[in-house]
Ligand binder design. Structure first.
Ligand code: PHE
Length: 489
């Protein structure tokens, strides 16, 4: 590199210009690619000015090279025929092999040879090998006129066009010097002290940073962090979610979900084989839950059915994070009441058929506020605030049903990028049948909402198959390639 640079700068010291980088390279026995790189760099520092040029040139193919040395097939054929007399076609085929066919075609067309009684003889004394001549010209890098090129192109695959790029009219630039000055690159203490004497390298804002050799976060983790930050900014505390295994009691019964509910079927829920039942439940609370299911109370008629302890004891993989909320609200009710804002983000499991948009395990986020005198208006207000912080200010609510909330609302948001309303979550006010048996004061209400983590992540990162995002088939490349962060949902 240094030598190439010296020859270019040195040459310009005594000459006006270098007219062609290719020519210069061959004259000085330098590698043209290296010359180009040096020119580019000298130009960036304005030591020189140069014009980039792209030329199309012809080069010989393997076939072309062969004929450039051996001569065209038709001339080879001509030479194989004796000056006087004749030779049999069979003999010629032996000598020339397969190429005899098209060689013969041309020799006949040019009226060089004739065939009589299977014997071949010359019709002319001398032939000119036009093909070889042209091929040699190209091989030596000489200009070949259009007729010549057309002639060669008329034959199969002798030449091909390649792009050549280099520089022309390379001249001294405004910063020209016969040798490159050393420029400082670092802002060290010494450099700063001597800045007047030094020349600093200019910043190149277009260079890409070197890829960091570090761990990278999965998109779900990045979006989870975004949600978590918003909950925390809004003053929510995180609930402990470190139990995938839960009893039916906390997952369903405490939430006033009837024991005959279809979600409690093994078609929808994964039940555990071992240990198949839970060991401990708070007995006096279980008694209250049983009572509210069977005969109601707190203004409710209940489900008028037999409530079975065995059903409540069954262990399962939690089907929603609301199981965590029920445990937390119960714990809260055991102490003198203080208002709380809780959230959770973690994994849940459902016995679902897996397809592009469904997995048997996924993540839910849940937020709840527990305070005196809360209303549906508070829920709507909090949801608007929460989703606006995620870049979703346009919301719509649709009446819905959950066994543990009344009223219940599905949440829709207008998605600007997709141009449609998409369902983003579910919400409601926890029923008295759930809260009162826990022991929460009568005027305490709980507003809550839940949403999936995968769906917003897929929308945000443009992933349309959930199996590309989560599960054993996920390509590690997805984690490496996706953007560091995305703004909005
Ligand atoms: N648990 C509900 C679900 O799985 C979400 C939800 C949470 C609904 C809290 C209302 C209140 O879809």
């Amino acid at each position: 590199m240094a030598e190439t640079e010296r020859s270019i700068l040195g040459f310009l010291q005594n000459s006006d210009q270098i007219s062609d980088s290719g020519q210069f390279s061959s004259d000085h026995n330098l590698d043209h690619d290296q010359v180009k790189n040096v020119i580019k760099s000298l130009q960036a520092f304005r030591y020189i000015d140069a014009q980039e040029v792209i030329r199309k040139t012809w080069v010989l193919t393997e076939e072309g090279n062969k004929y450039a040395t051996q001569g065209s097939p038709e001339v080879q054929l001509f030479s194989a025929v004796p000056e006087e007399g004749s030779i049999s076609m069979v003999e010629l085929k032996k000598k020339l092999g397969k190429s005899i066919d098209f060689a013969w075609k041309y020799a006949k067309e040019y009226k060089w040879l004739e065939l009589e009684n299977k014997q071949v003889s010359r019709k002319v004394q001398h032939v000119e090998d036009k093909m070889k001549g042209l091929l040699l010209q190209i091989q030596q890098g000489k200009e070949v006129d259009k007729d010549g090129i057309d002639f060669l192109k008329g034959r199969k695959k002798l030449i091909e066009q390649v792009k050549w790029n280099g520089y022309c009219s390379i001249k001294k630039g405004p910063n020209y010097a016969p040798e490159r000055r050393k420029v400082s690159t670092d802002l060290t203490r010494e450099n700063l002290e001597n800045w007047k004497e030094l020349e600093f390298k200019e910043y190149n804002f277009n260079t890409k940073g070197a890829p960091l050799d570090s761990g990278l976060l999965h998109p779900l983790l990045k979006v989870r962090k975004q949600f978590k930050d918003i909950f925390v900014q809004m003053g929510f505390e995180e609930m402990p979610t470190n139990n995938f295994v839960e009893s039916s009691f906390w997952n369903f019964d405490a939430l006033f979900q009837p024991q005959q509910h279809p979600a409690r079927d093994s078609h929808d829920t994964f039940f555990l084989k071992a240990p198949c039942t839970t060991r401990t439940l708070p007995e006096d609370y279980v008694e209250k839950v049983k009572r509210v299911h069977e005969s109601g109370g707190y203004g409710s008629r209940g489900y008028s059915c037999d409530w079975k302890r065995e059903e409540a004891n069954k262990n399962l993989l939690r089907t929603h994070t609301t199981a965590v909320s029920s445990r937390m609200l119960y714990a809260l009710a055991q102490k003198p009441f203080v208002p709380k804002k809780y959230f959770s983000i973690d994994r849940v499991f459902r016995n679902e058929a897996v397809d592009r948009t469904h997995l048997a395990e996924f993540h839910q986020m849940e937020g709840l506020i527990c305070d005196r005198g809360l209303t549906l208006g508070d829920l709507i207000g909090v949801l608007k605030d929460f989703f606006a912080r995620l870049g979703m200010p346009k919301l719509m609510f649709k009446p819905a049903y959950n066994p543990y909330t009344e009223p219940s609302m599905e949440i829709f948001s207008y998605h600007e990028k997709l141009g449609k309303w998409v369902e983003i979550g579910n919400s409601g006010m926890f029923r008295p049948e759930m809260l009162r048996p826990m022991g929460l004061p009568e005027d305490v209400q709980v507003i809550a909402w839940g949403l999936g983590l995968e769906r917003p992540t897929m929308i945000l990162y443009g992933i349309d198959n959930i199996r590309d995002l989560f599960g054993h088939k996920v390509d590690l490349g997805l984690i490496k390639r996706n953007p560091i962060c995305r703004i909005g949902i």
